[in-house]
Design a protein. Structure first.
Length: 212
């Protein structure tokens, strides 16, 4: 049981995984309350009192309720003791925020929805695969990886020597993207990012995030 911390969302969600990584890094015990917004059987009426837009995740810490992944993870870092998950220097912290926002705006949809979902999820479920959608997403994915590679510091993780919020935001997107053969092939063009992925995928935070 948690000490008053509840995370609402589905374990498969990219953004739920990002929050689980932060909670694991800060060693915060929590309860995971399953909310599957894509299930036709899920009644979201009660959940919308926590998150009026009906998206996931949301976090409740005592009487405090928060939604939006970036806000949740910054709160986790600042509200709980443990290793800092954000850089101390303003420029490095700004770079962290830039990478997180860039991933939301330009990485998440092409890498996850347009490539992973079409190539892996739909094929696994016996649904038609939209090859045109995949083909259209590949240049967008390459642009995102090129930008991310240009922003990555010469450190084991994206903006620091230790894993932090930028890594936690990006890793779940990569986790799905690299299940697609197109993703694995494209990553070979970016050896620095391939090295980063190998490093972050070996962390206990990532193993916690992908646990059922």
């Amino acid at each position: 049981m948690s000490a008053g911390v509840t995370l609402f969302g589905a374990p498969y969600s990219v953004y739920v995984r990002a929050v689980r990584m932060a909670l694991a890094a800060k060693r915060v015990a929590y309860d995971l309350e399953p909310i599957d917004i894509f299930s036709p059987d899920e009644n979201l009426d009660a959940y919308r009192k926590l998150h009026p837009f009906g998206r996931i995740p949301a976090l409740r810490h005592g009487d405090f309720v928060l939604y939006e992944t970036a806000a949740i993870n910054r709160y986790i870092d600042e509200a709980f003791t443990g290793t800092a998950l954000q850089p101390a220097k303003p420029q490095d912290r700004a770079r962290m925020v830039q990478i997180m926002a860039m991933t939301d705006s330009y990485g998440y949809r092409p890498l996850v929805w347009d490539i992973y979902v079409e190539r892996v999820s739909h094929a696994r479920d016996g649904e038609p695969v939209d090859e045109e959608r995949i083909a259209s997403a590949l240049p967008k994915a390459r642009t995102y990886l090129t930008a991310l590679d240009g922003l990555k510091y010469e450190t084991p993780f994206l903006v620091s020597a230790t894993a932090g919020l930028a890594d936690f935001h990006v890793a779940p997107v990569f986790g799905y993207f690299l299940e697609a053969p197109e993703g694995r092939l494209m990553l070979q063009e970016f050896p620095r990012l391939a090295g980063w992925w190998e490093t972050v995928a070996a962390t206990p935070e990532w193993n916690n995030a992908i646990a059922p």
